[in-house]
Design a protein around this ligand. Sequence first.
Ligand code: FAD
Length: 106
Amino acid sequence: PVDTNELGHSTWSLLHTIAAHYPAVPTRSRQRELQQFIYLFSELYPCENCAESFRKQLKRNAPDVTSGYSFSQWLCRMHNEVNCKLGKPVFDCTKVDERWKDGWKD
Ligand code: FAD
């Protein structure tokens, strides 16, 4: 059986890491690929309830693939909606690069 928490943790890592490495100025074809990836992901994600609520989120809030910054911020807001639903703390989206790209300063 699928462990929703473990799958979720790994998936958010993959998605935020993709966002962190997405170009600041993506080509048209790159933008189209990322948009298709997100919609296909929302169909294929192997936790049905999660996928269904993610598709509802996508309807309200289409992916912003126009730049690395806007996509990372969009994804952070989507993840925060899930955090809220699950009663988890809201993540500070100004810290997204520190967490997923540059690494925490210590
Ligand atoms: P996770 O939420 O997995 O987060 C991993 C790490 O990401 C955190 O430790 C933190 O460092 C960082 N982080 C947290 N918030 C943000 C943010 N906003 N932006 C950037 N980084 C952040 N579970 C359910 O029970 N029901 C659902 O309906 C559900 N829907 C999901 C939908 C999707 C698309 C995905 C990918 C997962 C879903 N999950 C759902 C799983 C859930 O979101 C968590 O992954 C799971 O509960 C494990 O939580 P976690 O505490 O390990 O942290």
